[in-house]
Structure formats: structure tokens, C-alpha cells
Ligand binder design. Structure first.
Ligand code: ADP
Length: 491
């Protein structure tokens, strides 16, 4: 592994310099595929966060803050191109660190590059407005950076989430402090190294690895931070919102979901099937927008159950580097949580299970994917986010019933509708409680360009696409009074 890591994983990046954490402490990073130690990473603390915030503030007051949008965009585009050129290296790191099958890890690296290209291109295209107003006034709006933005990132998709949040924040001219997850932070450090190499000014991006309740809590409570974006659990999101609230700082929270796919009798099953399964097992189900609930109209329920069960029987689980359909879960703790959920399904019919490779290392955190059938909508497996390879099948009779079940959780991140009826597509797209609705597909291939975020306990604020640029900036209204030309006077 050490030959894959071209940077020192035990350091923080602060003000353009790699430095040891002020705490003098480190924590181990574990390879989920076999439980071995990959590296020791910095256990950053409040002092490191404080230094990072100050470095970011200096960057805002200095070269980075003074740079034109065009120049910022060019740097981001260069970073994106370098990320794409190094996609294989990044994929290897992510596969080992997250336990993600190599093909999926490479797709994440390509997405990171694409985010930087997208936001590089968008940086100089965020325009204000002129607003018709009273006689004698010209009123216009300016989009301005927040200043220093904090980014608290989880372990499931480090590269994609860094791309969508840090990429958009930098495009608007913010200076960032990034706290990657303690379980997986190699690609965050690699990305920072690539940024430096591509000419990002010192302090525009600072990275402090560390534990959530230490470095993460220090960042979310720091009075020098003007915006926080967080992706992760509801519990931690609520803590971060409270901490930011004490400083009256806005937050963008993306907190997962219990996303449904609604399959109607008239659906094209051949088209739907790969999406029904893959949306549940991608990244071993450790995906905020995983589709963990499959709602199926009674007329095709048995057919869908049989075909999904066949697909499950073919699922293989093994070491990330061997690139099976599923890798291990991120940690022993996550495996324990997911197995606890599976145990709660003991009273349900299990339609099918996938298999773990016989030669998968004993120390890895592997879980067999499970498909449960005939699941009552109020069952814990139909209500709570599992964050593992577990899907439930729920039968329904009418459109109204399907909608009630689909909207009947605390979450609202993503939903999809499989039907040939255009009118039904339109009705449900409006009525579903979700930040994204897909019609006859799921996920639309990732969609760097597509605004993403939730309602309810799935969070608030939008990342991805052009919309993110509004979240990572604030609006200033300028009202200039100049009088009229007729009088040539102010009054
Ligand atoms: P999980 O429980 O799966 O680790 P979390 O939502 O707790 O998910 O973690 C996501 C990110 O939030 C990680 O970077 C983690 O270090 C960070 N984090 C955890 N607890 C806190 C906290 N109290 N304050 C700020 N960040 C935190």
C-alpha cells in the first residue's frame, strides 16, 4: 500500500504547508477488505482547526480573495484535468480506504474531476440581476463569497462529496477548511496535494483529518467560519446545525434517506430491473441516495420479486481490489449495525441473499446482501436508514396507496417512478416528497449538473449543479439613487 500513497498521510495541510498535527497524535486507518492497517492519519484537534481557519482567512484577504472569477475557474479546471489524469491512482487509494470495488472507485475519481471541470467553467458565469425599481434608482445584486467555508465529509463517497462541496465553494471564491472522515481520508489528502500542484494559492484549501467529536466539532463551532456543509448522519447533522447556529452561520445538510422506487403494472420491467437492484447495493448500500424501498404494484409483484431474487443470487461480495459487485462495509462497527438491522428482519420473508466469496479475508467487514419481501410499510426495515446492502419489497394496489407509503417516512432525498403513463409520471413527480425525482431511471448516472439535496430529515440546502453556487455565496443588493436625466438632478 505504501507505494500507492505518494504523500505523507499523517499530516494536515494548513496554509499551503504540510504539517504534523499540533496534538502530536495520530489514529489508524483500516483497510475494510481485510482489517489491516493502511496508514496512520493525523488526529487533528481544535488548535489545528483554528490554524486552518486563520490560514483560510488570510487566503480570502490575499491572493485567492483578490483573484478574478476567470482566474479561479482556470485553476479549478486545471485541478479537474489533473484529477482525471490520475484517476487510476485515486481509484486505488479509494478502493483500499473505503472498501469500494475498483470500478466504482474509479467512477468516483472521474466524478471528482468532472465536478472541478464543471465548477471551473461555472466560476465566471454567476451573474447578478438588475431590478426595476422606483424612478431615479438603479438596483442590482452582487453574488459574494461567504468567506471561510467548513466542509465535513463522510467516508462513503469522499471524492464525490469533496468535488461537489469544495469545488462549488472554491468557484465562488470561498477559502475552505476540509475535515475528512476518520475512516477514509486518503483521497482528501491526495486531492489537496493535486490542488497545490495545479497552482491553487496557499490557504484556499486546508485539510485537517481527525475525529468527528474533536476536529469536526471544533470546525462546526469555530466563529471564524461563515458557512458549513455537511454530509452524514441525522444525529451528527443536528449537532452541527446547533453548533453553527450559535454563531448564526448557515449550513447545508445532506443526511441520507429511505428512498423509494415505485414500480407500476405498466412499467418496462427489463429496463427497471438493473436499477431496482443496483440502486440498493451500490457501494454495499452505503449511499445516501440508496434505494432501500421497492414499492411494487400487486399485478407484477411476484414477477419483480422473482427477478430481483435471481439478480441477488448472482451478487458476489469480495475485496475491493478484486472488483466484485460489492465490497465490504467500511468498519466493524458498520457491519455490526447492519447485521443488527438484518436480525430485525427475522420475522419477514427473505426473498434472496447474495454470497460472500469463500476466499474473502476473514478480517474484512463483509455482509451478505439481503432482499426482504412483503414488508409492512411501518416495519423498522421500511422506515430506518440501514446504510448497508438491504432492500425491502412492499406491495401496493393503487397510486394513492403507493404515494402514501412512499411519503410515509421521515426522509425525502430521492424517489423514482417506473410507469409508461405520462400523466402518472407528472402527478407523482409533483406529489413525491423528495429533492430529486427520477422517471423511468434512478440516479441519472450521478448527474454532476443536477441539484441535489433533501427535505425533512434528509436535510436542507442544495449541492451539485449550478444551484450549489447560490448556496456557497450570499446576495448583496445595491440600490443607487441618481435622479432622472430629464432634470439632470438628484431630486
Ligand atoms: P458515521 O456515524 O457513519 O461515522 P457521521 O455523520 O457521524 O457518520 O460522520 C460524518 C462526518 O461527520 C465525519 O467526518 C465525522 O468525523 C464527522 N463528525 C462526527 N461527529 C461529529 C461532531 N460531533 N461534530 C462534527 N463533525 C462530526
Amino acid at each position: 500500500m505504501s507505494d500507492l500513497i505518494w504523500f505523507d498521510p499523517g499530516l494536515c495541510l494548513i496554509g499551503g504547508r504540510w504539517q504534523a498535527p499540533l496534538t502530536g497524535q495520530h489514529v489508524p486507518l483500516v483497510d475494510p477488505s481485510d482489517g489491516s492497517r493502511l496508514a496512520m492519519i493525523a488526529r487533528g484537534g481544535g488548535g489545528d482547526i483554528d490554524a486552518a481557519v486563520q490560514a483560510a482567512q488570510r487566503a480570502r484577504d490575499g491572493d485567492w480573495g483578490r483573484m478574478t472569477a476567470l482566474a479561479r475557474g482556470r485553476i479549478l479546471t486545471r485541478i479537474g484535468q489533473e484529477v482525471l489524469a490520475r484517476a487510476d491512482d485515486l481509484a486505488q487509494l479509494e478502493a483500499r480506504d473505503v472498501g469500494k470495488p475498483l470500478t466504482q472507485a474509479r467512477a468516483d475519481a472521474v466524478a471528482l474531476g468532472r465536478y472541478l471541470e464543471f465548477y471551473g467553467g461555472a466560476a465566471d458565469k454567476v451573474h447578478g440581476q438588475t431590478i426595476p425599481y422606483q424612478e431615479g434608482y438603479t438596483v442590482y445584486t452582487l453574488r459574494e463569497a461567504h468567506g471561510v467555508t467548513g466542509h465535513i465529509v463522510p467516508w462513503n463517497y469522499p471524492m464525490q462529496i469533496i468535488g461537489r462541496s469544495v469545488g462549488a465553494a472554491l468557484a465562488m471564491g470561498n477559502a475552505c477548511v476540509l475535515k475528512p472522515a476518520e475512516e477514509a481520508c486518503l483521497t482528501a489528502l491526495a486531492f489537496a496535494d493535486i490542488c497545490l500542484g495545479a497552482g491553487l494559492p496557499d490557504g484556499a484549501l486546508n485539510v485537517v483529518p481527525g475525529l468527528g467529536p474533536e476536529a469536526g466539532a471544533a470546525l462546526s463551532a469555530h466563529p471564524g467560519v461563515q458557512h458549513i456543509s455537511f454530509t452524514g448522519s441525522v444525529r451528527t447533522g443536528a449537532l452541527i446545525q446547533q453548533a453553527a447556529g450559535a454563531n448564526v452561520v448557515p449550513v447545508t445538510l445532506e443526511l441520507g434517506g429511505k428512498s423509494p422506487q415505485l414500480v407500476f403494472d405498466d412499467a418496462d420491467l427489463d429496463a427497471a430491473l438493473p436499477f431496482l437492484v443496483n440502486a440498493g447495493i451500490q457501494n454495499a448500500g452505503q449511499t445516501c441516495s440508496a434505494s432501500s424501498r421497492i414499492l411494487v404494484q400487486r399485478g407484477i409483484y411476484e414477477a419483480v420479486k422473482t427477478r430481483m431474487a435471481d439478480a441477488y443470487h448472482a451478487l458476489d461480495v469480495g475485496p475491493a481490489i478484486q472488483d466484485r459487485r460489492l465490497g465490504p462495509l467500511i468498519s466493524a462497527r458498520q457491519k455490526q449495525i447492519v447485521e443488527g438491522f438484518i436480525a430485525q428482519g427475522a420475522d419477514l420473508p427473505c426473498a434472496a441473499m447474495g454470497a460472500v466469496d469463500a476466499d474473502a479475508p476473514d478480517g474484512g467487514f463483509y455482509v451478505r446482501p439481503h432482499l426482504f419481501a412483503d414488508v409492512p410499510p411501518d416495519h423498522p426495515l421500511a422506515q430506518q436508514e440501514v446504510f448497508g446492502p438491504v432492500q425491502v419489497l412492499i406491495p401496493f394496489d393503487t397510486e394513492a396507496e403507493a404515494l402514501r407509503i412512499a411519503n410515509g417516512t421521515d426522509y425525502g432525498l430521492v424517489a423514482s417512478v417506473w410507469t409508461e403513463s405520462g400523466a402518472r409520471q407528472m402527478r407523482l413527480a409533483r406529489a413525491l416528497k423528495a429533492g430529486q425525482v427520477f422517471i423511468n431511471n434512478y440516479g441519472a448516472g450521478g448527474g454532476v449538473e443536477l441539484p441535489f439535496g433533501g427535505v425533512g430529515k434528509s436535510g436542507h440546502g442544495r449541492e451539485k449543479g449550478f444551484e450549489a453556487l447560490f448556496g456557497f455565496s450570499q446576495l448583496k443588493t445595491v440600490a443607487a439613487y441618481h435622479g432622472s436625466v430629464e432634470t439632470g438632478e438628484m431630486t
